[in-house]
Ligand binder design. Structure first.
Ligand SMILES: [Zn+2]
Length: 311
């Protein structure tokens, strides 16, 4: 008990130091680095036949078992990583990125402080040049959360609060924005999940972390444009996420579920699968298909499955 209190205190102190006092105003960021500089080289397995050409958006839903880790390569080769799997997945996630030639992560997002999302991020921060870190403004009294804050501090990084309305990229043909969390004081940490919408030309991808009905209702009430071609299904396919109303608004062609084989939670739940099927979404599951890669070059949206993750 004492240890938990001490850890909590350290975590809160670190959080206060890292958050600072101001909330960053939404802003458009210029692409970092010189023009022509590339963060991604076309090298290496496991995905050596994946086109990493400029002008293509590619989103990799890594098979990290019962957890989330999503790598987004923006068309101008900026790199975004959304979650880093469990603690044990850290080295694997690092290896996957390194094999793609990645050295710099421009946007690192921890959707919410549960281990299956932030567990591997301390390894990631230690292994790459990270420019910006985004997390919802909520602390969690765990060793995993403390380790992440320590890693962030060691690299002299600050945490920018993830919240609805924050726009990361707003350029002709490309927009990256947070649609949630829209509030605070949630009882369930999952509802703090950072929800990200990426739109490239005329296609969109929606990444929802572990957001549940409460957050979904808030997004619907906000009037945000939720329509997306690809939905990363909330909370590993839990029955308490992905409502019919939400699906009606998103109307995804593809629904990606990140979950582990025979996981303890019974994810994905049958109710969610039948809701997704009812809305005509093609379901892709990392427990069955392995890593799922979706690419869009402005003309064709392509899906690849069965990519090994550095094991
Ligand atoms: Zn989770």
């Amino acid at each position: 008990m004492k240890r938990i209190i001490v850890l909590g205190l350290i975590a809160v102190m670190l959080a206060v130091t890292l958050w600072g006092c101001g909330i960053e105003t939404p802003q458009v960021q210029a692409p970092p680095g010189k023009s022509g500089e590339s963060a991604v080289d076309d090298v290496g397995s496991p995905a050596d036949d994946i086109q990493l050409s400029a002008g293509e958006l590619s989103v990799h839903f890594l098979d990290v078992g019962q957890a989330d880790s999503i790598l987004v390569l923006l068309p101008d080769r900026r790199v975004m990583l959304v979650d880093g799997g469990n603690n044990a997945d850290g080295p694997m996630v690092v290896q996957y990125l390194k094999r793609l030639g990645i050295t710099r992560i421009h946007y690192l997002v921890g959707t919410h402080p549960h281990e299956d999302h932030i567990g591997g991020l301390d390894d990631v921060i230690g292994a790459f040049d990270v420019e910006k870190v985004y997390m919802p403004r909520v602390a969690h009294n765990t060793r995993t959360y403390e380790d992440l804050l320590t890693a962030i501090k060691a690299r002299n990084l600050k945490v920018t609060p993830a919240r609805a309305g924050l726009v990361l990229v707003n350029e002709p043909g490309l927009r990256v924005e947070f649609l949630a969390p829209g509030g605070s004081g949630y009882e369930d940490l999952n509802e703090y999940s950072a929800v990200i919408k990426i739109t490239y030309i005329n296609r969109s991808i929606l990444l929802t972390g572990d957001a549940g009905f409460e957050s979904e209702e808030e997004m619907l009430a906000s009037g945000a444009d939720l329509d997306a071609d690809v939905l990363k299904v909330g909370h590993h396919g839990s029955r308490y996420s992905t409502s019919d109303e939400f699906l009606e608004a998103v109307s995804p062609d593809y629904a990606v579920i990140s979950c582990g084989k025979d996981n303890d939670y019974g994810h994905p739940h049958e109710e969610t699968i039948s809701r997704l099927a009812g809305h005509g979404a093609r379901i892709l599951r990392t427990d069955r298909e392995g890593t799922v890669i979706i690419t869009y070059d402005g003309r064709d949206l392509k899906v690849r499955t069965g990519q090994p993750v550095g094991k």
